[in-house]
Design a protein around this ligand. Structure first.
Ligand code: ADP
Length: 229
């Protein structure tokens, strides 16, 4: 579904160049939950941003469902980010003044829809993440684990085939973190057609629920292991 070939990215600061990614080749398939792990500075965030077209590589190609993302114009790119990718962030990024279901519905609003039209789907998604009883709660009235499940429901609102999660359990206790990882695994596996779910984590225990662990080091792939469940 998503294929990276020869992806390199360097940053220059004060005359020094840091090779954040160095000729990375990776393929992500629907129905698979992948973890990207590795020490701080290994290039994990840079890789995730390139996967979500939030950043562009210096060289190499990113192909999504057969289309070269670098050839996209601005409209196609924002269409890609809005419809094809769902993001889950470490700090949840929920709007504090909105209820759980309104937060879930938000991507539909940003796409020109109305709350009224989006509500049934938002409630369905809250049920999927086991929060049907929290639909009218504000983020401040929920635990970290619940807030992150709202964020997962929001990432699913536009039916994106690719879900990217950046340290989604980084602010959760170990139990809530494990629950969240199982939820992401379920989302990758259960859905009709399946989704590609990719998470960055430096928590090795959190990677236990995944099907595949890609270990980055110094901008390169140190290992790429399929887990047998
Ligand atoms: P990780 O997510 O694995 O901690 P990153 O992808 O954030 O790694 O960073 C990889 C390398 O690139 C690091 O050495 C980091 O300092 C450098 N880097 C990342 N983003 C920037 C940036 N915007 N400007 C300069 N250097 C950066």
């Amino acid at each position: 579904m998503l294929e990276l070939r020869g992806i390199s990215k360097a940053y220059s600061i004060g005359g020094q160049t840091v090779q954040a990614l160095d000729s990375v080749d990776l393929t992500f398939e629907a129905g698979t939950f992948s973890a990207i792990v590795g020490p701080s500075g290994a290039g994990k965030s840079t890789l995730l941003h390139i996967l979500g077209a939030l950043d562009t590589p210096d060289s190499g190609s990113v192909t999504f469902q057969g289309q070269d993302i670098q050839s996209f114009g601005d409209n196609q790119l924002s269409e890609f980010r809005r419809h094809k990718v769902g993001f889950v962030f470490q700090f949840f990024n929920l709007l504090p003044t909105m209820s759980a279901w309104e937060n879930v519905a938000l991507p539909m609003l940003l796409d020109g829809g109305t709350f009224r039209a989006a509500k049934p789907r938002a409630l369905e998604l809250l049920e999927l993440v086991d929060l049907q009883n929290r639909a009218d709660h504000r983020p401040s009235q929920m635990s970290g684990g619940q807030m992150q499940r709202v964020a997962v429901a929001r990432a699913l609102m536009m039916d994106a085939p690719l879900i990217l999660a950046d340290e989604p359990s980084g602010n959760l206790d170990s139990k809530a973190g494990a629950q969240l990882m199982s939820l992401l695994a379920r989302i990758a596996h259960e859905d009709s057609g399946g989704r590609a779910v990719v998470t960055v984590t430096h928590n090795v225990a959190a990677a236990a629920a995944t099907d595949r662990v890609v270990t980055l080091q110094d901008g390169g792939i140190r290992s790429d292991t399929a887990r047998v469940s």
